[in-house]
Design a protein around this ligand. Structure first.
Ligand code: FES
Length: 350
């Protein structure tokens, strides 16, 4: 197996990768807290500089490469594997530690897609995967999903939450040219084998953090927020904390999970407030009546959240999820309102 050494701040961290395994995944699997965000080639956070050895790039056009310095030896650890069985030495500029003892170390799992396609809207699908072994993850984390015959990996947040489970639920939006999403929308994929790597991501919720929470999600970004709400409700978190959830979509026809969100809010009517914001077309009265327990507003979700939360932003933990421009707009809003960056949680993957 190829031997890897990652140097950081005068320390060397050694591990082995399986044949054809991405350097990032091998390092995370061995318990190293290597830098990354998307784990799928888009964000550039896993940048390292090659000192010795040879690499093979799995996705030469990965968008994350835009952040690399040309001709410097910089590469993306999530998109490179050692060439052949040769050793590789590289360095990263960020500190590298061992994963915390209570963190769930990422690993590989095999699974199969279960159930026929379940459309939540015309371009959003619910997909469940049955795993060959139980996995543990924190609410808010995601998995990198691989499908044979579809190049690359794609990150998807878990919708469900359980301390340990062999069944994962995802929501997937149809994206023109998106390999995995086009494949899923192309027919009945029930029974198809998939491979998953995870759990990944740091925008996670744990009840012991003991703060009010604010969630701002656009589109399928609501997936990880559903997991957070599931865990928080299971733990009766809203008995003693306030939760404010803002879910943005374009029109009422693009909204989904409204019954589930209503159920969450009815469990904690005094402390859990859920608002759905429509940017392009408002909901009519019949739609609003049908989804009691949810507030409906017009506008971009970060603007709706900013107005509603204007005097209540201090001391809470904020979870942001969705398309990068929407997440960036929410980050700007929170930073301008002097919310500490340490209290703003999101993972850049899309
Ligand atoms: Fe590798 Fe995002 S590009 S972690």
């Amino acid at each position: 197996m190829p031997a890897i050494e990652i140097r950081s701040r005068d320390e060397g961290h050694r591990f082995e990768v399986d044949s054809g395994e991405r350097i990032l995944y091998g390092g995370l699997r061995s318990g190293l807290d290597l830098p990354y965000e998307c784990a799928t080639g888009t964000c550039g956070s896993c940048k390292a500089r090659l000192l010795d050895g040879e690499l093979e790039e799995l996705w030469p056009d990965a968008p994350g490469k835009d952040l690399l310095k040309p001709n410097s030896g910089d590469f993306l650890m999530c998109q490179c594997v050692p060439k052949g069985s040769g050793a590789v030495t590289a360095e990263v500029s960020k500190p590298v530690a061992r994963l915390q003892a209570d963190a769930h170390a990422p690993g590989w799992a095999k699974g199969v897609v279960i159930q026929a396609p379940r459309y939540l809207t015309h371009d959003v699908m619910a997909v469940d995967v049955q795993l060959d072994r139980p996995v543990r993850f924190e609410a808010g984390q995601f998995m990198a999903l691989e499908v044979a015959d579809v190049p690359g990996t794609r990150g998807y947040s878990m919708v469900n939450y359980a301390t340990e489970t062999d069944r994962l639920a995802f929501v997937i939006k149809r994206k023109p040219g998106g390999g995995v999403s086009e494949w899923l929308f192309g027919g009945d994929r029930a029974g198809t084998p998939v491979r998953l790597f995870g759990p990944l991501g740091t925008a996670l919720f744990r009840p012991e953090m003991d703060t009010n929470i604010l969630c701002i999600a656009g589109g399928t970004g609501i997936a990880g927020i559903m997991s957070i709400l599931q865990r928080a409700c299971d733990e009766q978190y809203f008995d003693n904390h306030r939760g404010d959830v803002f879910f943005g979509v374009r029109t009422p026809a693009d909204a989904f999970y409204l019954d589930e969100l209503s159920t969450f809010s009815r469990k904690f009517p005094q402390t859990l407030n859920i608002t759905v914001a429509f940017s392009d077309q408002p909901a009519d009265d019949a739609f609003k009546r049908k989804h009691g327990g949810i507030h409906f507003k017009e506008g971009f979700v970060h603007e709706v959240a900013g107005t509603a939360m204007a005097d209540r932003l201090q001391g809470l933990t904020a979870y942001l999820a969705g398309p990068p421009p929407a997440v960036e707009a929410s980050v700007r809003l929170l930073v301008m309102s002097r919310v500490s960056p340490a209290n703003i949680r999101y993972d850049k993957f899309s």
